[in-house]
Design a protein around this ligand. Structure first.
Ligand code: NAG
Ligand code: NAG
Ligand code: NAG
Ligand code: NAG
Ligand code: NAG
Length: 272
C-alpha cells in the first residue's frame, strides 16, 4: 500500500514536470493533442488548445493569446460543431490533414483541407498565430494554413481579400455570439467591383463600406480612424492583390481587427 502511494506521487510529480517543462509548438502524425494540452508558439504570444467560449460548455479547438486575460480567442477550428466533453483529440494524419476527433467514438468532428502531399507532415503554431501544416520541420511551403480560413479576427500577417493565383477569397465572419463561435450574419470582405473597397455585409446587403482606398487609409473608415495612432501605414491595400492587412508599428504591440456578433468592425490594441 505504502509502496503504491509513493509510486503514485512520483508519477504525479513526473507528469507535472513533464507538463511544465514541455512547451511544444508542433505535432507530427505520431503525436496528438488532448483536451488540457496546448501548443505555445515560439516567443510565447499564441497558444492553441481546447477551450469553452463565454458561458458555453461546448469544447472547441482554438488559438488565443498566451497568458492574457480575459481569454481572447483569435481563431476556432470546429466553429460549427462543439464537442460535448473533454474526449477530443487533435491529430495530424499521415497525409497531412489536421483532424479533431471524438476520442470516444473516433469520429471526425472537424478537419482541415488537403492541398498537396506530405511525407512527414508537421502541424506547427507559428509566431504569428498561424497554424500551418508543412512537410518536415524545415518545410517552407504550407500545405494548409489557418490564415487561409480566418474566423472573425484579422491578425498582423493575415489578410482578407482575393488571392490572384488561387482565386481564394479570404474573409472575416462574425461569431453568432460570445458563447457561440459558429458563423454569424456578418462578413468583412473586399468588394472587388469598381474601386476596391472593404465592406461589411449581412447576407447580400452591404451594411458599411470602408473605402475606397486613398493610398493612406480607407476613407470613411471612422471606426479605424479612431485608432489613428496605430494606423495608417499599417494598412497596406494593393489593388493588384486586393488585400487588406494589419501590421503593428512595433513588434511589441498586439493588434487585431474583429467583426463583432452585432455587426461592428473593431480594431483593438493591447500594449504590453
Ligand atoms: C452532443 O450531445 C448532443 C446530445 O447530448 C448530441 O445530439 C450531439 O450530437 C453531440 N455532439 C457531438 C459532436 O457528438
Ligand atoms: C463521442 O461519441 C460518443 C459515442 O458516439 C457520444 O456519446 C459522445 O457524445 C461524443 N462526444 C463528443 C464530445 O462529441
Ligand atoms: C480511428 O479512425 C482511423 C481512421 O479514421 C483509424 O485509422 C484508426 O485506427 C482509428 N483508431 C481507433 C483507436 O479506433
Ligand atoms: C517541433 O517540436 C520539437 C519538440 O517536440 C522541436 O524540437 C522542434 O524544433 C519543433 N519544430 C520546429 C519546426 O520548430
Ligand atoms: C441581418 O440579416 C438577417 C437576415 O436577413 C436579419 O434578420 C437581421 O436583422 C440583419 N441584421 C442587421 C443588423 O441588419
Amino acid at each position: 500500500m505504502q509502496k503504491l502511494k509513493i509510486l503514485w506521487s512520483w508519477s504525479f510529480l513526473f507528469s507535472l514536470m513533464l507538463r511544465t517543462s514541455t512547451s511544444l509548438n508542433n505535432i507530427t502524425s505520431i503525436q496528438s493533442l488532448s483536451d488540457g494540452e496546448t501548443l505555445i508558439s515560439h516567443e510565447g504570444i499564441f497558444e492553441l488548445g481546447f477551450f469553452s467560449p463565454g458561458n458555453s460548455k461546448g469544447r472547441y479547438v482554438g488559438i488565443w493569446y498566451h497568458n492574457m486575460s480575459p481569454l481572447t480567442v483569435v481563431w476556432v477550428a470546429n466553429r460549427e460543431t462543439a464537442l460535448n466533453d473533454t474526449s477530443g483529440v487533435l491529430k495530424v494524419t499521415h497525409q497531412g490533414l489536421v483532424l479533431l476527433v471524438n476520442g470516444t467514438s473516433n469520429s471526425t468532428v472537424w478537419s482541415s483541407t488537403m492541398s498537396g502531399k506530405a511525407e512527414n507532415p508537421v502541424a506547427q503554431l507559428l509566431v504569428s498565430g498561424n497554424l500551418v501544416v508543412k512537410d518536415g520541420h524545415n518545410g517552407e511551403h504550407f500545405l494548409w494554413q489557418s490564415f487561409d480560413f480566418l474566423g472573425d479576427t484579422l491578425l498582423p500577417g493575415s489578410k482578407i481579400g482575393w488571392d490572384p493565383v488561387t482565386g481564394l477569397e479570404r474573409t472575416l465572419t462574425s461569431s453568432r455570439s460570445a458563447d457561440d463561435p459558429g458563423h454569424g450574419d456578418f462578413k468583412f470582405r473586399i468588394d472587388p467591383r469598381g474601386i476596391p473597397q472593404a465592406v461589411l455585409t449581412n447576407g447580400t446587403v452591404i451594411m458599411v463600406r470602408v473605402g475606397p482606398w486613398n493610398g493612406l487609409v480607407f476613407s470613411g473608415a471612422t471606426i479605424y480612424l479612431r485608432y489613428t495612432k496605430i494606423l495608417p501605414t499599417d494598412h497596406d491595400f494593393r489593388e493588384k492583390e486586393l488585400i487588406c492587412k494589419l501590421q503593428p508599428l512595433d513588434t511589441y504591440s498586439v493588434i487585431r481587427s474583429v467583426v463583432t456578433p452585432w455587426g461592428g468592425v473593431q480594431l483593438l490594441h493591447w500594449s504590453r
